[in-house]
Write a protein that binds this ligand. Structure first.
Ligand code: FES
Length: 74
């Protein structure tokens, strides 16, 4: 879900990174904003802000951001 139109203002696009955190860009200003306020844990990133540099990434969607009509894999 991208509630704010990918502007880094809502956290509805939050992803929980299971593996591959090292393949993501550093936290940007918007992610730092939410991290400092306890709304983005160490294993979480905003999918609209983080960029994949290379390699594989394994993520989960945060429970609070799941769509009820979709089935998510583990
Ligand atoms: S879509 Fe709103 S923070 Fe990513």
């Amino acid at each position: 879900m991208h509630g704010c139109g990918k502007k880094g203002r809502c956290t509805t696009c939050k992803m929980i990174v299971c593996s591959g955190m090292e393949h993501l860009s550093s936290l940007n200003e918007r992610e730092e904003f939410f991290r400092e306020r306890g709304r983005l844990n160490e294993d979480e990133r905003l999918s609209c802000q983080a960029k994949i540099k290379a390699g594989e990434l394994r993520i989960r969607v945060a429970e609070e951001n799941k769509f009820p009509h979709l089935v998510y894999s583990d």
